[in-house]
Design a protein around this ligand. Structure first.
Ligand code: PLP
Length: 361
């Protein structure tokens, strides 16, 4: 059996050394005689794990002191649903940039809760193959915040430059890109995302929140569990946090540090993505529709010029251990998700297979 490379978009591949360490510590964490899963979230051992995970994430992001880290259950969907409650005053409009599936979901969630929304721009007419240029955005200077998605996991579109929106805080869904490249946190009011793409197991969402936003208390009826100020005050423990997911995320943060931090992993991510896009562009057999400056480094959708061969491509890939390359049903074709934990060797093996498949067609 050859080595398995898992290209799933999420839950996604995790670093091998992290899984090995978690296996070794499964029954007995550091001589405590307990599995992390069995620990009370209020007890000393778990408190240590929780605090260390926060510290390591803060180090990795170079987090300034006026930002808080919040660990919550529920996924990015819960976050883009509860953020309006925390940030928009009654009657205040929220700006949204629509660049693909996930930013569409975010504006829909706000509309479903009867918030006033302003879509500053959308790239839907391009089939989400680009990002509208900043000069075309119709921003509202009184908006509660501007929501955008830094990397559209399904469409493979990534926003590398942080837009300037004056005083309106930027709130970004970073689920599938954070910790893959250096991001200037100070440009954002909130960065949030689910862990299951590039950080750890499903069930955990992480938020980086600029402290002044916690004073907004936008909707007085916001329940405590959904109130960011309350959660920050309780160190994300107003109720039981997803302890095991936080523990694994903490191991991933430590692994990232041993890799040389974010700048080092970013260099490898650039190498992986450019090799894969080069292979796609060098052949008329494969195609990717996204405009070059916006091509995602984490999720690479591609299709065959002859779509009738798609299933044969996927079957052959499975046979040699290249797993979960099937594209999202909204887009079709293939998608290779190449997060931090995907080694360069996995991408090289995929490229070799692509060349071989083309030769035999
Ligand atoms: C996966 C994903 C989501 C949804 O995450 P859930 O944890 O399923 O709620 C939202 N935004 C982006 C960018 C994603 O990749």
């Amino acid at each position: 059996m050859s080595e398995i490379f898992n290209f799933s978009a999420g839950p996604a591949t995790l670093p091998k050394p992290v899984l090995i360490q978690a296996a070794q510590e499964m029954l007995d964490w550091h001589g405590s005689g307990e599995s992390v899963m069995e620990m009370s979230h209020r007890a000393k051992h778990y408190s240590q794990i929780h605090a260390q995970a926060k510290q390591d994430l803060s180090d990795l992001l170079n987090l300034p002191p006026n930002y808080e880290i919040v660990f919550l259950p529920g996924g990015a969907t819960v976050q883009f649903t509860m953020l309006p409650l925390n940030l928009a005053a009654q009657g205040q409009s929220i700006d949204f940039l629509t660049t693909g599936h996930w930013s569409e979901k975010a504006i829909k969630a706000a509309r479903a809760m009867q918030y006033t929304t302003n879509e500053v721009a959308t790239s839907i007419e391009s089939g989400y193959a680009t990002i509208p240029t900043r000069s075309s955005w119709q921003c509202d200077s009184n908006a509660a915040y501007l929501h955008l998605c830094l990397n559209e996991t399904i469409h493979g579109v990534e926003l590398f430059e942080t837009p300037d929106c004056g005083e309106v805080p930027l709130v970004a869904d970073a689920s599938s890109t954070w910790l893959s490249r250096e991001i200037d946190v100070t440009r954002f009011g909130i960065l949030y995302g689910g862990a299951q793409k590039n950080i750890g197991p499903a069930g955990l969402t992480i938020l980086i929140v600029r402290s002044d936003l916690l004073a907004r208390q936008a909707d007085p009826h916001t329940p405590g569990v959904m109130n960011l100020a309350v959660q920050v005050k309780a160190d994300s423990m107003i109720n039981t946090p997803p302890t095991y997911s936080i523990y694994i995320a903490g191991l991933v943060f430590q692994w990232l540090k041993t890799q040389g931090g974010i700048s080092a992993i970013e260099a490898i991510n650039k190498e992986k993505a450019s090799a894969l896009y080069r292979a796609i562009d060098q052949s008329s057999f494969y195609q990717n529709p996204v405009q070059a400056p916006y091509r995602s480094r984490m999720n690479v959708p591609f299709s065959l010029a002859d779509e009738s061969r798609t299933q044969a491509f996927l079957d052959g890939a499975e046979q040699i251990g290249l797993r979960n390359l099937k594209g999202h049903r909204a887009v079709g074709g293939m998608r290779a998700s190449i997060y931090n934990a995907m080694p360069l060797q996995g991408v090289e093996t995929l490229i070799e297979y692509m060349k071989e498949f083309e030769r035999h067609c």
